[in-house]
Design a protein around this ligand. Structure first.
Ligand code: GAL
Length: 477
């Protein structure tokens, strides 16, 4: 048989028992079979998601819970605890007369528990803001066997026994000293309204810094960037606003660079500020402020990628859209490159993290100091497009999940030694007394199929779920 006739025979296939199969037919059926299997798997995973919608919320959480186990290989018993679903039952007090301020809010906020949260005279206020005597935790407290447990919403003490003042904060892991630094708004002053209709505010005191080796025991390193007391034209004059400071380290210049939201009391300046230091504990030298790319910028964060490129992410165009752009190599400015993402979605309080080459972001909706529903997004490129994954909150109760556990995202820290696990850092703002705002730190886990969008690649969900698990008490593995 010649080569050509052999291949022709091959293509035509073989015959036997009176039945003829062509090689082409076999290939076609193999391909069809493959797609059928893929389709069945995809149907199964969709069905799985639909089940989530049908069953009661606790069962739903249980299903998601099981996914986490498959994806994270959570053998360690303490890690196992992180993804345990914990319910909260809060009993509503009987209806009563409210202050005019609260009843004004009522028309906008139909959820009764949120009304209670916002009402500083609420008889169940201690559930959201438990008091110092009964509910403080930290290294100076006699905690018996409870040492190193986080108690989200309770008062967190530093190593000197004072409540930690680092709101809207972020964490820097200093690789030189293997130390964590927590930077945040130092708000230990009286809360007032600059104007009748203006937001509750605290005069700028500065950026607080705390250091820790274990992410639980925090030593106060003092105010590393302080307010300006006299010069009224200075950005940091105490009558202005300094929020959400974040620090990154530049290997290139060997400097610690701080980015922050700089504003006036009416939030009309809408700028970012930059400060620099040779040491993580400061003092930081304030350099300047600007409107990045010529746009208004309010809630913001910075994210330093594995390749050393850092990005500024900020709510812009009156908080209707997020802008993302790389910083210059020395991290002291933005470059002209900028992308508009989550256009028209009105997201703020951005926090970005990365896992297996995928970028994730948790944000809040824009309701000032009042809590609202968080959303998780994912992207293959940090510059977008960003795909909506849905509300990451699990456990507590429905209102907890619709209010991000009565808190707002600020930062996400990779959990040392557990790939795919993180700590979600959020602020439970107390608009009646901002210095008494609480920290809600909770385990965040990436794994299992996302709830939305149901974007499929060969029938497989494209994105993993981001899940933040409520715990009234938990500790690191
Ligand atoms: C929030 C924002 C906070 C603070 C507050 C002022 O939306 O996330 O950082 O700016 O508004 O009302």
């Amino acid at each position: 048989m010649s080569g050509s006739s052999a291949s022709a025979a091959g293509l035509r296939g073989f015959s036997g028992g009176g039945c003829r199969y062509s090689l082409l037919t076999i290939i076609i059926w193999t391909v069809v079979g493959f797609f059928l299997v893929v389709h069945l798997v995809s149907l199964y995973s969709r069905k799985d998601n639909n089940i989530h919608d049908d069953v009661s919320s606790s069962d739903q959480l249980q299903v998601v819970h099981q996914h986490q186990h498959q994806h994270l290989h959570l053998h360690h018993p303490v890690v196992h605890q992180l993804v345990r679903v914990e319910e909260e039952i809060l009993r509503m007090p009987p209806p009563r007369k409210r202050s005019p301020r609260t009843s004004k809010r009522r028309s906008r906020k139909p959820i009764p528990l949120v009304e209670e949260f916002l009402d500083d005279k609420s008889p169940i206020r201690h559930l959201f803001f438990p008091g110092l005597k009964t509910a403080a935790f930290g290294p100076t407290k006699d905690m018996g066997n409870e040492t190193s447990y986080y108690f989200p919403g309770k008062i967190w003490m530093d190593t000197e026994g004072n409540p930690i003042q680092a709101h809207g904060g972020g964490i820097l892991l200093d690789e030189k000293s293997n130390t964590y630094y927590w930077y945040g708004e130092y708000k230990d002053g009286p809360t007032y309204h600059a104007h009748k209709r203006g937001p509750a505010r605290v005069d700028i005191i500065g950026v607080g810094c705390y250091s820790s080796k274990d992410l639980w025991t925090w030593k106060n390193e003092g105010i590393v960037l302080g307010a300006e007391e006299t010069n009224k034209t200075h950005d940091l004059h105490k009558s202005n606003v300094l929020e959400r400071p974040k620090v990154i380290y530049s290997e290139k210049t060997q400097k610690y660079v701080m980015w922050m939201h700089i504003d006036d009391a009416n939030y009309t300046k809408a700028s970012v500020g930059v400060a620099i230091s040779d040491n993580p504990t400061g003092p930081f030298e304030y350099l300047y402020s600007k409107r990045p790319h010529g746009f208004d910028s309010r809630d913001m964060t910075v994210f330093k990628d594995d390749d050393g490129v850092a990005y500024l992410i900020y709510s812009s165009e009156v908080n209707s859209v997020l802008h993302i752009g790389p910083l210059t190599e020395d991290y002291l400015d933005v470059t002209p490159v900028m992308k508009r993402v989550m256009v028209g979605q009105h997201r703020e309080a951005p926090s970005i993290f990365k896992h297996q080459k995928v970028y994730y972001m948790v944000t809040s909706w824009c309701t000032g100091w009042a809590p609202n529903e968080a959303l998780a997004h994912a992207a293959e490129s940090i510059m977008g497009p960003w795909e909506k994954l849905g509300n990451p909150c699990i456990g507590g109760n429905k209102v907890f999940r619709l209010t991000t556990f009565f808190a707002q995202s600020t930062y996400v820290i990779p959990l040392p030694g557990v790939p795919g696990a993180f700590i979600f850092m959020a602020d439970r703002w107390n608009p009646a007394d901002l210095r008494d705002s609480r920290y809600v730190w909770l385990p965040l886990v990436i794994g299992g199929p996302a709830d939305q969008p149901l974007e499929y690649n060969f029938g497989f969900p494209m994105w993993s779920r981001v899940s933040i698990y409520w715990h009234s008490k938990w500790r690191l593995p």
